[in-house]
Design a protein around this ligand. Structure first.
Ligand code: PEP
Ligand code: MG
Length: 561
């Protein structure tokens, strides 16, 4: 979703999705290439087919057996992942698909490749968690093919020195059993937060960034700095600076690991530290952190691969998973923020020249009110089922009238109604919007994009969309003050809340909650616990007096350390 950028000193910084926090600096290694096999076009004679089928069955069984053996030797998630992969290697459906092709005359290698392709297509179409299993299935196919042609099993080389493992994606059998003293970070071009790469990286406790654009071009041996909190991979950084970052991150991680919540400054001023999630699995993962609740549930992320609108019942089940994960805790559900960088096939987006300024977020409800009504019905049903009534907010609100009409719909279901402040117009008129809603949540990602007139997806403009831009912070402060004036909660759920230093500044403005990716929760909470409310307020005042993002950062650092 983002492209590489180059720093002032000409260093290449690749961006991806942060999955496991931490910083590591080491040379790149890559898994061995999978076997390149000529699949040929020959057809087997009738009499050769039974033996070929037996050869295939034996190869698949050998691969499954090896994986089971490794599962037996491994522990925890690694063991589970290997056992699951072994199970997939013996899955009747794909074994049957390959056997059917052999029975029709295809040699085993071609039958395996075709059966894997068939199920990869199916998993990709289903999307979500199934799509993330595609790598596992391809890996099994490669192993079975290697076994059939007598090649060594493909996989990760054992490094001699601590290294960063980079790959397109990593199969469970590659990652399970890695030695974290030798593989000190993972970075992949594909994968999502629930992919096996992510699961294993979490278990190993090594920094991990997935979906990194441009990673494939980084050569083996190049030294990279992987930042699993920011989601960056810096190629050939300045050596001394990189080592200093690692040391600093290790100190911060040691402190963060000891933080168990709840969110408060050193002198006891409470600020709820919450998690941003996109489905039930992410909510359950967030529950393992000290996060006190969910500050942003991005519902559109559940349906990015869905062709038709999910029914009210389907939506209710998905939303209930998140509400149940935080039973008794606060959960803020955002209605569909479809459009721009997150188009939904069923939302009927018009063809627009400039979709970020087009019909996205709440604006879709104007032309398609049923979509919002049905989603609110799904949310209400989930609230009832889980016994945990969520707060419900709308994305991309620009006017008080939009807020008023949205709040009326939400309240008709007996739920708390709020809006996101992502458009400068909404920040400027936050006091008038607050006449209609119960709470605000500031989305600094879009607020920065629209305040600075700079595409948030553009790496070239990343310095403009920096949430430390004083113009953005001035609008944040304005919205927070409007909330404080009427005693209504105002939280921040954009990336600004994931930056420990900036989280303290936001606390100084007076925010009542900070919501960040699970991976960032402990870092934010730990930093907050080290500073007083007065320090936060002093830092807040200092940043508002600056004229650049760099000066704002420096001003905050001077006060907060
Ligand atoms: C934001 O804009 O800051 C936000 C949290 O929403 P999203 O990133 O989903 O657009
Ligand atoms: Mg947004």
């Amino acid at each position: 979703m983002s492209s590489p950028s180059v720093t002032d000193t000409g260093i290449l910084v690749l961006t991806g999705v942060p999955v496991v926090p931490g910083v590591a600096y080491a040379p790149v290694i890559r898994p061995g290439r999978k076997p390149v096999i000529d699949l040929g076009a020959d057809s087997l004679g009738e009499d050769e087919r039974p033996a070929e089928s037996a050869r295939f069955t034996a190869a698949a069984a050998t691969v499954a057996e090896r994986l089971r053996e490794r599962a037996g030797r491994a522990t925890g998630a690694a063991s589970e992942v290997l056992a699951t992969t072994a199970g997939l290697a013996q899955d009747r459906a794909w074994l049957g698909a390959a056997e059917k092709r052999i029975a029709e005359g295809a040699p085993a290698v071609r039958a395996v490749a075709a059966a894997v392709d068939q199920f990869v297509g199916l998993f990709t179409q289903i999307g979500g968690m199934m799509a993330e299993r595609v790598t596992d299935l391809r890996d099994i196919g490669d192993r079975v093919i290697a076994e059939l042609v007598g090649l060594p099993e493909p996989g990760v080389p054992q490094p001699d020195v601590p290294s960063v493992l980079c790959a397109e994606d990593l199969a469970p059998a590659d990652t399970a059993g890695l030695d974290p003293s030798l593989v000190v970070a993972l970075a992949t071009t594909l994968g999502g937060p629930t992919s096996h790469t992510a699961i294993i990286a979490r278990q190993l406790g090594i920094p991990c960034v997935v979906a990194v654009t441009g990673l494939d071009d980084v050569p083996v041996g190049a030294k990279v700095l992987v930042d699993g909190t920011r989601g960056t991979v810096t190629v050939s950084p300045d050596d001394a600076a990189a080592r200093a970052e690692v040391a600093e991150a290790q100190r911060a991680a040691a402190t963060a690991a000891g933080w168990s919540g709840p969110g408060a400054t050193a002198d006891g001023h409470a600020v709820a530290v919450l998690a941003n999630v996109q489905d039930g699995a992410a909510a359950r993962a967030a529950r393992q952190t000290p996060a006190e609740g969910v500050g942003l549930f991005r519902t559109e992320m559940c349906f990015l691969n869905t062709d038709t609108e999910p029914t009210v019942e389907e939506q209710a089940s998905i939303y209930a998973e998140v509400l149940e994960a935080f039973a008794g805790g606060k959960v803020v559900i955002r209605t569909l923020d479809a459009g721009s960088d997150k188009p939904l096939k069923f939302a009927g987006h018009p063809d627009e020249a400039n979709p970020a300024l087009g019909v996205r977020g709440i604006r879709i409800a104007t032309g398609n009110p049923g979509l919002l009504d049905r989603q609110l019905a799904g949310i209400a049903a989930a609230a009832q089922r889980s016994g945990n009534p969520p707060w419900v907010m709308a994305p991309m609100i620009a006017t008080a009238d939009e807020a008023k009409s949205f709040a009326a719909k939400v309240r008709a279901h007996g739920l708390m109604a709020g809006v996101m402040i992502e458009v400068p117009a909404a920040a400027l008129l936050a006091d008038r919007i607050l006449e209609h809603v119960d709470f605000l949540s500031i989305g600094t990602n879009d607020l920065a994009q629209y305040t600075m007139a700079a595409d948030r997806m553009s790496a070239d403009l990343a310095t403009l969309t920096d949430p430390w831009q004083p113009a953005v912070l001035a609008l944040v402060a304005m919205a927070v003050n409007a909330g404080a004036a009427v005693g209504k909660p105002v939280g921040v759920c954009g990336e600004a809340a994931a930056d420990p230093l900036l989280a303290c500044v936001l606390t100084g403005f007076g925010v009542t909650s900070l919501s960040a990716a699970s991976a960032a929760v402990q870092g934010v909470g730990a930093k907050l616990a080290q500073v007083t409310l007065q320090q936060c307020r002093d830092a807040a005042e200092a940043v508002l007096g600056t004229a650049s993002a760099a000066d704002a950062r420096a001003a905050a650092r001077a006060v907060l350390g």
